[in-house]
Design a protein around this ligand. Structure first.
Ligand code: AMP
Ligand code: MG
Length: 485
């Protein structure tokens, strides 16, 4: 095959075979290329310009494996909605680890290429709708500046997939720093011997946190690092109103990237209780619960590391507890800092925190749009009427301006800071759904591509993108997302 730049140097398959199974993609009948991400291909040092469309379709459905690929499915477990379950890649195959020109290592993974030994009762397939959704959301997060797995391609397989209704089948090519999850450690802790657990620990450190190799307590070091990565990740989600929707421990990457976009959504009107997932009946994974859930997941991770933190179980527990408890105050500190940035503050002290709290309560009471509010306050000249008539808001606004002036530079300087942190455009749920339905059910990609282009510049005003700033009345009350299988 022509040399497109694939550079596989896979290491995961050097681990003990307990951690994976060798699996080959089930060939697709009529592969067809739907999307190829040229930005990501460039970053990976891949050049597909010399490959024709039918061959690309064949490559990205797994019919023709790239040179050097050594496909495996990974074993893992996880706590789903709080309950332990054995899982594993039920519909995903890692082709291998590709080294990009900058030396970065990436898992290249197919999602939707058929059953694996971990499929349980599933068919190993994916619908076009859900793979397009993952492509769109991962691109949106990337351009918002939020760590996330990437989407390199979407193909149609030509085979139907049966859910409540019949869907076109599709394959997504996913790119991630790795697919090691908290659930991978749970799998090892529950089912494997101490030396194999040690093997996973050493592997993870050398792959993601190699500077810990020289430290005295590597396991505690890893726990600290992962806690910081996930803290940063959840802060970023809170910044833009992202609701992951299914924050089970198997969907938490050790590398700190957003992964596994099933029922995820973006919040419109501010309310910490916002949850759209049809299966999240108790709102466990609601917007405002995410930090607490990440902390809970870290607790599960810590549990898998205890014997490596200290031979004395009490001591191990104490050290781990300290990291997990510290998460609360660290989160609070970082959250205020982030919100302070959203409001253009140069520093976030007591008075600024008070203003943040007041604004959040006002937003919640008035169901103000989480994205638009920060844009509107930065541009009072364009303020809509309801802001002018709300006395409570106006008094808050005056105090905010006074604080900005005390910090020197006033609103004009604050506005500059605010534009780089407050997105103008997020993937509004109703527009996402319309674009996905048109594309997956009618083969009409016009809306999909328009939306994708707009989401590539989320911080810059685009006069033609105004429709991304208003929500049809009553939409949120009825909106539901599904696990996207
Ligand atoms: P997710 O909700 O996508 O994180 O998936 C949870 C688990 O179910 C993972 O282990 C998936 O690999 C598995 N899974 C999801 N959909 C399917 C499917 N269609 N066939 C087999 N396994 C699946
Ligand atoms: Mg998952």
């Amino acid at each position: 095959m022509m040399n497109t730049g694939w550079n596989f140097h896979t290491t995961y398959n050097k681990l003990s075979p307990d951690f994976y199974s060798t699996v080959h993609p089930v060939p697709a009948d009529k592969p067809e290329l739907i999307l190829l991400n040229s930005r990501l291909a460039d970053e990976l040092g891949l050049d597909f310009s010399i490959v024709d469309r039918s061959q690309l379709a064949s490559i990205f459905t797994g019919n023709q494996l790239p040179e050097g690929a050594e496909p495996i499915s990974q074993a893992y477990a996880g706590h789903q909605f709080g309950h332990f379950t054995m899982l594993g890649d039920g519909r995903a195959i890692v082709l291998g680890e590709h080294l990009a020109p900058d030396g970065q290592r990436y898992d290249i993974q197919f999602k939707g290429t058929g059953r694996t030994p971990y499929s349980r009762s599933g068919d190993g397939r994916a619908t076009l709708y859900s793979m397009l959704r993952e492509y769109l959301i991962s691109e949106a997060l990337f351009h918002l500046g939020i760590p996330a797995s990437g989407s390199l391609a979407v193909t149609e397989t030509g085979q139907p997939v049966y859910r409540e209704t019949v869907h076109p089948g599709a394959v997504l090519t996913r790119v991630a720093s790795s697919h090691i999850r908290i659930g991978t450690f749970e799998f090892a802790a529950r089912f494997l011997s101490p030396d194999k657990r040690q093997e996973l620990l050493d592997y993870t450190i050398s792959r993601h946190y190699p500077d810990l190799e020289e430290t005295e307590n590597k396991a505690l070091g890893l726990l600290n690092r992962v806690a910081l990565k996930l803290l940063n990740l959840v802060i970023e989600w809170m910044r833009v109103g992202f609701i992951h929707g299914v924050l089970n421990t198997d969907n938490m990457s050790i590398a700190g990237e957003s992964i596994d976009f099933g029922p995820c959504a973006f919040m419109n009107g501010f309310d910490p209780a916002t949850a759209f997932s049809s299966v999240d009946t108790n709102k466990r994974y609601a917007f405002g619960n995410q930090p607490g859930i990440v902390q809970w997941n870290l607790g599960v991770f810590a549990g898998t590391l205890l014997p490596f933190i200290d031979k004395n179980e009490d001591k191990a527990r104490e050290s781990a507890q300290e990291v997990i408890q510290k998460f609360v105050s660290q989160f609070e500190e970082e959250w205020y800092r982030m919100m302070g940035n959203k409001l253009g503050f140069k520093k976030t002290g007591k008075q600024e925190k008070e203003l943040i709290n007041q604004l959040m309560s006002w937003m919640q009471r008035s169901k103000a749009d989480y994205t638009n509010t920060f844009l509107i306050i930065a541009k009072p000249a364009e303020t809509p009427d309801y802001f002018n008539t709300d006395q409570e808001f106006l008094s808050w606004y005056d105090q905010w301006i006074a604080v900005l002036e005390k910090q020197h530079g006033g609103l004009s300087e604050a506005r500059l800071r605010m534009t780089n942190i407050n997105p103008v455009y997020i993937p509004r749920n109703h527009i996402v759904e319309e674009a996905l339905t048109k594309a997956s059910s009618h083969g009409d990609y016009t809306n999909f591509h328009t939306l994708l282009e707009r989401l590539k510049r989320p911080y810059r005003e685009q006069w033609e993108a105004k429709d991304l700033q208003s929500i049809p009345p009553g939409f949120d009350e009825k909106y539901k997302t599904y696990c996207g299988t």
